[in-house]
Structure formats: structure tokens, C-alpha cells
Design a protein around this ligand. Structure first.
Ligand code: DX5
Ligand code: ZN
Length: 216
């Protein structure tokens, strides 16, 4: 049984509150909030103030994906804004600061995620794995929705599933980028249990059926 985390990057930004209600009605329990700074990735989106407003109008699990340089500068604000899971990128700072940022997130009682971009090897998460609640494997270069799924990430996904089983079985393994029913299935077969889906979910005509099938 997998979990879908619809990415609100593909939602109607003018009507987010009603979008969240509709997402919940389709059976999804998580909401993926993409936060971009225009530096770590060449795009901008939500910040911690928007995350706080989102928290105020939904009780869904907020799965916050920080695509932000030196995230240690802002993890306190995102935790206080009400993130349930806060994911930072392993490439976004030095190993020392990454470890410190993880500690900060934990001190708020917020679940910690660590993400790897396509060119980053699985081993990059190993030094932190005991502290992680979620590992996010990017299946596109982060920054934009509606890109093509990179199937060549599957050996890395599989390797991370093995590492999780060995070192931290409770840790979720999430994929993000180009996920639809078909690519979601491939990811589940390679060990993913949380599937982010933006454009495919929002474009689906029967979203209830989409959620049921992708979570099966
Ligand atoms: C990309 C974001 C994704 C994006 C996924 O940088 O992290 O969460 O919204 O969108 P789709 O599912 O359209 O690839
Ligand atoms: Zn994302």
C-alpha cells in the first residue's frame, strides 16, 4: 500500500483552499508543498509564510519539499509554519550544516526528510539515515512540474530501499517528478512507498480512481 502526495505546484494558486478540499475528497491524505528559492533551483514558489497559511486551512499531512540553498537558515520557520514532514536537499549545504539542520527539524518534533537530485548517488544519505523519516528520490531535475520521468533513477531507488530496510525500516521512500499510474507502478516495484504527483494527478479526469489505483 503506497501513499500519494499530490503536488500543489499544479493546483490553481488563486483558489488553493478549495483545491485542498477537493484533493482531500479524492482520498489523498498528504499534500506536497514545493518551496523554491530561485537559487537552488531556477524557479520560485511557496515560502514559509505561504506554508503557514496553507496549514491554517487544511488538516492534511503537509509534506514540505525545500528546494532552497542552505536550508538551515529557514528550517525553524518552516517547522513553526506547521510542516509535518520537512525535506531538505543533501546538495544544498555542507555535511556539517546538513546534520545541524536535521537536528533542528527534529528538535521541533517535525519529521525529517532528505532528498537527492538525479546526479547524487544513494550513498549521500547514508551518514544521516538513522535520523531520517523520509528519503526523497528526485525522478526529474528539481524546479518544474510536468517533466519527463527518469527511469534510470530506478537502480538508485532500489539501492535506497535496501539501505532503508537495513538501517531504518520505518523511513519512507518517496519519489517526485513525472509520476503517473504507469511510472508510479515502476517506482513501487523498486521500493517507493510515497508517490508525489503533480500534473498527472491534477489532469486526471477521475481523481478518485487515480488515487485508488496509485495507492494500491
Ligand atoms: C519538481 C517538484 C515536483 C513537481 C512534480 O521540482 O519537486 O514536486 O511538482 O510535478 P510533476 O508530477 O508534474 O512532475
Ligand atoms: Zn517536490
Amino acid at each position: 500500500m503506497a501513499i500519494i502526495s499530490p503536488s500543489i505546484l499544479s493546483a490553481d494558486f488563486c483558489n488553493l483552499e478549495s483545491e485542498f478540499k477537493k484533493v482531500k475528497e479524492t482520498g489523498a491524505k498528504w499534500l506536497h508543498v514545493d518551496c523554491m528559492d530561485g537559487a537552488f533551483v531556477p524557479n520560485m514558489s511557496f515560502g514559509y509564510a505561504a506554508t503557514k497559511s496553507i496549514r491554517n486551512v487544511t488538516d492534511m499531512v503537509l509534506d514540505v519539499h525545500m528546494m532552497i540553498d542552505r536550508p538551515i537558515r529557514y528550517v525553524d520557520q518552516f517547522c513553526e509554519a506547521g510542516a509535518d514532514y520537512l525535506t531538505i536537499h543533501v546538495e544544498a549545504d555542507t555535511p556539517e550544516n546538513t546534520a545541524k539542520a536535521i537536528e533542528k527539524i527534529k528538535s521541533h518534533g517535525v519529521k525529517v526528510g532528505l532528498s537527492v537530485k538525479p546526479k547524487t548517488p544513494a550513498e549521500a544519505v547514508l551518514p544521516y539515515i538513522k535520523d531520517l523519516d523520509l528519503i526523497l528520490v528526485m525522478t526529474v531535475e528539481p524546479g518544474f512540474g510536468n517533466q519527463k520521468f527518469m527511469e534510470d533513477m530506478m537502480p538508485k531507488l532500489k539501492a535506497l530501499r535496501e539501505m532503508i530496510n537495513e538501517h531504518k525500516p520505518s523511513c519512507h521512500l518517496e519519489v517526485d517528478g513525472g509520476i503517473n499510474l504507469e511510472t508510479g507502478d515502476i517506482c513501487k516495484k523498486n521500493g517507493a512507498d510515497v508517490l508525489v504527483s503533480g500534473s498527472s494527478y491534477f489532469k486526471a479526469l477521475d481523481k478518485i480512481a487515480f488515487v485508488k489505483e496509485i495507492e494500491s
